[in-house]
Design a protein around this ligand. Structure first.
Ligand code: F0G
Length: 507
């Protein structure tokens, strides 16, 4: 059992904070701990530039006596205000993410009704005992990935603050989820994707749901840098940022852990294993368990394993170099040196698991905190391992996309290393649906790279009434703003950052 002194995890705050609200935003840096109202739109601390959490003054909120309280909602039909929220696998736990003003704010489309499968056939392949391996199928969400858990929460906040334009950079699933929620919430969705970097299934979703899709000539890290400039540094553009630096996203993603606990009769498993990309999901898991422990609702916190792909292994490399949360006093020079090395080598992340092809994960400090809360480990697995384990999940489970299978490949490695024993109960998070990336599957089984076939195919101009082709744009701020339909010459572009400038911390 992992015991945790709560004050080391979250900075202290004065009960009923200066804003006199039971929910508020707080800087995760214990040496700062600045607080902001939930009505503010922020993705970093205005004082020190660190990431923000959503925090709750639990003493001034209705007391949750035990987790069984949530069970009766599971079978609700989904009509009426209460029914609509009870039906959602996120909002049926709404007392654990009570940042909204009223239930009318909540943007929900029945997300999070996902399945925890006891995967005995797959367990047998890994020489585990029956009942010990469980797969959490987040691909069963409406847009086909776990992102819907977070989007419902971030869209709820966007509606609370009156946002009309919402945007993200994405390796594919975030953009699909954002585009779907934006269409339903009647907001303009804008997505930045790296050129040639996202799978066709995911691209097709962003186009089909009507998002303005900008294919920026660069990779995910370039896209995220640009979208932060657009949303944070040029407020005049009125763009609300939906990437996982948005702390409201992670509030929704906590619910994945609640559903696992619910399926296990509120008993914690021994391990949770999750692929690591931008490190939002693992961060949300750590926060979920820290809060449940703080509230006295669970006794045991499971251990966490975060699995990187070898071509996008920043967390693994940094942890190997000794980086750890250290009660919030982690050493940023380890990160700075590592990133300087990446720049010098002009390193570009590369993996078949395109969803996690990221070398500068924005939630890094929160992931370090989650590793500390959950006594976690980090590993990296090769593309071949990912592909083989993806095929195993398909043959002996219900299938998943390549990035998701990193969790099962990581489990296999941790069993071989005897870090996980065969008697322990393990939940692997399958983050995205198998049909997200059919090219990877077809190539595995036939050797044919559908992408090269598609590239050679003759093109016709799109002519459907609702055709919404992507716009290819240079990795250039002015060009991007123009592609958004805004007169870039009428906008004061942000000056190049001087060292020490706030608000964003660049490691
Ligand atoms: N698995 C899938 C299928 C994903 O799409 C992602 C992230 C991850 C795992 C990693 O999760 O970023 O919270 O560590 N996809 C993002 C996107 C980056 O843009 O769709 P993370």
């Amino acid at each position: 059992m992992t015991s945790i002194p709560p004050l080391y995890l979250f900075p202290p705050f004065v009960s009923l904070t200066p804003m006199k609200q039971a929910a508020f935003q707080q800087c995760i840096n214990p040496a700062c701990g600045a607080t902001y109202a939930v009505g503010e739109i922020k993705v970093s601390c205005g004082k020190c530039g660190s990431l923000l959490d959503i925090r709750y003054d639990w003493n001034h909120l209705p007391k949750i006596k035990n987790l069984n309280f949530f069970e009766h909602r599971w079978s609700t039909k989904g009509t009426g205000t209460e029914g609509r929220l009870d039906f959602s696998g996120v909002w049926r736990f709404r007392e654990l993410l009570p940042f909204y003003r009223s239930e009318e704010d909540i943007v929900s489309i029945g997300e999070g009704r996902t399945v925890l499968q006891q995967a005995d056939l797959l367990a047998q392949q890994l020489h585990m005992k029956p009942g010990k391996l469980l797969l959490q199928y987040e691909g069963l969400n409406p847009s086909g990935s776990f992102k819907d858990n977070g989007m419902t929460a971030a869209f709820t906040h966007a509606r609370m603050v009156g946002a009309h334009k919402v945007a993200c950079a994405s390796t594919g699933n975030t953009s699909a989820s954002l585009a779907m929620f934006a269409a339903l919430a009647q907001m303009q969705g804008i997505v930045f994707i790296g050129s040639g970097k996202i799978s066709f299934g995911k691209l097709s979703q962003a186009l089909d749901y009507g998002a303005l899709t900008l294919q920026v000539k660069g990779d995910f890290d370039d896209c995220l840098r640009r979208i932060r400039q657009i949303a944070v540094d040029i407020p005049k553009l009125g763009v609300y940022l939906m990437n996982s630096v948005n702390p409201f996203r992670l509030e929704g993603q906590k619910s994945i852990m609640y559903r696992i606990l619910e399926a296990l009769d509120w008993q914690s498993p021994d391990w949770i294993i999750v692929p690591g990309g931008n490190l939002g999901n693992c961060s949300a898991f750590g926060k979920a368990f820290a809060e449940l422990k703080e509230l006295g609702l669970i006794r045991k916190i499971p251990r966490l394993a975060i699995i990187n792909a070898t071509g996008a292994n920043t967390l693994c490399e940094l942890v190997d170099r000794g980086l750890k949360w250290d009660d919030g006093k982690f050493d940023p020079t380890i990160i700075q040196k590592y990133y300087a090395g990446l720049d010098e080598a002009n390193y570009r992340p590369h993996t078949i698991a395109s969803a996690i092809e990221i070398s500068r994960p924005v939630n890094l400090p929160k992931a370090l905190r989650a590793l500390s809360i959950m006594n976690g480990v980090v590993r990296q697995v090769t593309d071949d391992d990912i592909l083989e384990h993806r095929a195993m999940v398909a043959r002996w489970g219900f299938g998943c996309e390549p990035a998701s299978a990193a969790s099962v490949a990581g489990l296999h490695m941790l069993l071989d290393q005897q870090i996980i024993s065969k008697d322990e109960t393990v939940v692997c998070i399958l983050t995205g649906h198998e049909l997200k990336d059919p090219n990877a599957t077809v190539k595995y089984h036939t050797g044919i790279d559908m992408k090269s076939v598609q590239d050679m195919a003759p093109r016709t101009a799109p002519h459907g009434k609702l055709s919404n082709p992507p716009i290819v744009v240079a990795d250039d701020l002015k060009a991007i703003i123009r592609a958004m339909g805004v007169d870039a010459d009428a906008i004061d572009l942000p000056k190049a950052k001087k060292a020490g400038d706030l608000p964003t911390v660049e490691y």
